[in-house]
Every structure is written in C-alpha cells, then in structure tokens.
Design a protein around this ligand. Sequence first.
Ligand code: KG4
Ligand code: ZN
Length: 329
Amino acid sequence: MYVLGIETSCDETGVAIVKNGRDVINNYFATQVPIHAQFGGVVPEIASRQHLIHITYLVRKVLEESNAIPDAVAVTQGPGLMGSLLVGVNFAKAYAWANKIPIIPIHHIEGHIFSAMLLEKSPEFPFLALVVSGGHTMLIECKAPHEYKIIGNTRDDAVGECFDKVARLLGLPYPGGPSIQKTAEKGNPHAIKFPLGLSSGENLEFSYSGLKTSVLYKIKDTPQSEKTEQWLADISASFQWCAIEVLINKTKLALKKTGLKKLVIGGGVSANALLRKRAVEELDAEIFLPPLKYCLDNGAMIASAGYSRLFHGYQSDFSFTANPSLPLC
Ligand code: KG4
Ligand code: ZN
C-alpha cells in the first residue's frame, strides 16, 4: 500500500510517498530557512505563503518520479502554525476527494515517533519516545500503536526553541540548533557552568527558560573585550552540554521508572550530534535514532504514521480541520 504523506506544520513543505509504512519511495521537501533567517525566526504569514508556492510542485514531483499511485493520503493536522497547517490539510483533502481515496489526519508528534519505523530495524511496541523539537520536549510512553501516555513535558520553552533563542542572543544564524552545534565544536563544554532546569528529584518535567536567561546574563556580564571567537565557542559548547545533559538525565530516569528497554528519539533536536552520541553511550536501552533527513520535519514520517493508522482500522471523513493545539492523547 502506498501512502502520500504531507507535512506543512511549520517552515518545511515535506511530501513523500511510502510503501507499507516503511519503504520510502520518494521524500522531498522545500526548506524556507534562508527566507526566515533574515528575520531571525519563522514568520507565520510568510511560511503559509511559501507552502502554497511549493506544495503542488512537490506533490507532482514525488508522484511522477515514483510512478506510484497513492492508496491513501496522510497529512499533519496539528500542532503547528494555523496558516501553514491549513495549506497541507486542504491540499490533502482535495487530493483525496478527487482521487476517491482515504485521508488520515496525523498528529505531528506521532509523525516524529513514526520516523523510527523508517529505520531498517524498527522498534516493536512498547517503547519510550523522547521527542525534542522546536515546539516540544516530551517523554512519551508508547504502549501500543497509537496508544500514548505523556510522562514528561516542558513547563516553558521547548529545547529546540531554547537553542534558537540562545543562538539569537549569541548573534548566530537561524535555525539555532545547527549553528550552536557548529560553533560548539571548538569550544570547551565545561568552561561555563549553567543551571540544569528541574534537575533535582524524581520528576520528568523539563524547564529551559532558566538556562536561556543564564546565557543572557553571562553575555551581559562579559566585557566586550573578552568576547573572542574562543569565548563564543566555549559559551556555545557549555550551553549545548547543559541542554543535552538534562535530556540524558531525564530520559535515564524515565527508562528506570517505566522499565522500558527501547528508546526512540525524534524531532529536529535529535539531529544533534552530542545528543546522539551520549544517548548511545550512556542510556541503558536499545536506541532507535532516525537518520538526519527524517529527524527534521518531513512527509515520510507522516505517511508512515498514516499507514499504521489505516492498518489499525482508523478512519476519517473530511470534516476535520487544522488544529494548531491538537493534543496527542
Ligand atoms: O522537528 P523540527 O524540524 O520542527 C518542529 O517540529 O519544531 O525541529 C526544529 C528544531 C529547531 O528548533 C532547530 O534549532 C532544532 O530542531 N535543531 C537542532 C539541530 N538541528 C535542528 N537542535 C540542536 N542541534 C541540532 N543539530
Ligand atoms: Zn517537528
């Protein structure tokens, strides 16, 4: 069965066709990074207009090159930016209606979880998922297909959002995650001690606003003459270390509390090299890390989740609409 996956929740137009939820036949996306970088972050109105420009071309390209006829369409229903989501949802509805095939609305976070199903060796349920992106920092107990329990969440900023905001404070380009990672390469991760949000005790909640504020104060307190290239590398490396340290510690605790032995890591921040390395080295679990192209927002993960929902008997009519604050469960 071929599923066409469409993802337009934020600033990437992602379109893919996936066979049986696992084999990616084609996966293309149009990035808007250079456009939003001029403003230091995503401008919602520009994002939705860009989706409109790219979506028809991308769907046509995916279909023509794959020579496959979709049996169903899966689309991100939410959460995300309303205008952006509406472009994908309405395009998907029109395509499904015209071709008389089923449509499956998908939660964006479920998509990130299902990016692990695109791995050659994919995880069997139950497993723990750490989903870390620009909008989410979540620990999710994945009990069975489409049966989730959120056991950890952020009280304020998401970790990716924190990377983006700190990069902006440091004068590094958007998106912040990759620029901080690059700048940190030559830095000492233990040069500056930053606070680890909500690190004491047994709770699985995250908080990233304190870390961001500490970086701000450090920048303000450092005389201009000391702000050398090495200082920038050190502050980036120290920030990155702390941001990732919290993820590692909380995931360790979640594995212990749930007794789960398999861990899926997904979302844009799962592209981070330090997180990937430390997770494999330090966590007592079988780790499922999607390749970089499926960590960031993409259509293939949405198609995979859509296939699974169809396989498990989920159906939808055309009455659903985009929902920027759609709950996962
Ligand atoms: O999942 P995603 O593509 O979009 C959302 O659903 O938000 O994640 C984007 C986030 C951005 O905050 C970006 O800075 C972060 O992922 N990111 C990274 C890295 N690559 C992307 N964060 C840390 N290290 C990276 N290498
Ligand atoms: Zn995402």
